[in-house]
Design a protein around this ligand. Structure first.
Ligand code: PGA
Length: 261
């Protein structure tokens, strides 16, 4: 069965509890009457407001934007998987390119985080993607293959099939510059190939792959419906609850359309 994901990454936005609660009021109003058979919404607020996001509409789950791999201890400023789990978080974004860029995160650290998210029975949404220079040098395939191989190393098939991958070309994030439909579809194929080599086709088919980078609802056909992607990771536009819900609606319509073919 088709299953789509719409992930809202609120990043370091909303500067007060009041702002967070206004956002939630609008989100609840926009999605209150909607039921989704094929779409899961996920919203990842700042840790500071996580408790305010307890009471989300049924079709939207609580996510987190990052996590430290250790359960507890002397790790100043970090957030543990068990803290997230106990706070009702179900999905954790890891390895976002902004974490790679500003916090120096490596594929090895992200791999550790991935194992830790799974250990605490949450779903990792792991980000991969090449820089503009890497793409121009013809190295996108090599970079993506290397990232998948490191991130999924030592995972059992059962662990691997729980992971959600978000392909986010770094040069498309926050820029309104998009890859072409065929560039996205090609990456989807590369990811499929590597995962099939590492595991098997049945496992690969259970791993959802999303697209992220300058997504808005009007772009869903070109970044998702025509590329084989199973959803989107959304930054700026997720700050508008109306847009987020609209994307969920469009994915639901697309899934219904496919179910009738
Ligand atoms: P954007 O961010 O939608 O603002 O480009 C996407 C992301 O960073 O996940």
């Amino acid at each position: 069965m088709t299953r789509f994901y719409v992930v809202g990454n609120l990043k370091m936005n909303m500067l007060s509890r009041e702002e967070a609660s206004q956002y939630l009021t609008v989100l609840r109003r926009e999605s209150s009457s909607k039921r989704y058979a094929y779409v899961t919404g996920i919203i990842a607020p700042s840790f500071l407001y996580s408790a305010q996001f307890d009471d989300l509409p049924k079709s939207i789950k609580k996510g987190a934007q990052n996590m430290f791999p250790e359960k507890s201890g002397s790790y100043t400023g970090e957030i543990s998987p068990l803290m997230l789990k106990n706070d009702g978080v179900e999905y954790v974004i890891i390895g976002h390119s902004e974490r790679r860029l500003y916090a120096g995160e490596t594929d090895e650290l992200i791999h550790e985080k991935l194992l830790s998210v799974l250990k605490y029975y949450m779903i990792p949404i792991v980000c991969i993607g090449e820089t503009r220079a890497q793409r121009e040098a013809g190295k996108a395939e090599q970079i993506i293959t290397g990232q998948i191989r490191t991130l999924f190393s030592d995972l059992s098939k059962l662990q691997a099939e729980k992971v959600i991958i978000a392909y986010e070309p770094r040069w498309a994030i926050g820029t309104d510059i998009l890859p072409t439909t065929s560039e996205i579809a090609e990456v989807r194929m590369i990811v499929r190939q590597v995962l099939t080599e590492m595991f098997d086709t049945a496992t690969e088919e259970r791993i959802a792959v999303l697209y992220g980078g300058s997504v808005k609802s009007s772009l869903l056909p070109q970044v998702a419906f025509e590329t084989g992607m199973e959803g989107v990771l959304v930054g700026r536009e997720s700050l508008f609850p109306y847009e987020l819900v609209k994307m969920m609606n469009l994915f639901e319509e697309e899934a219904i359309r496919r179910s009738k073919i």
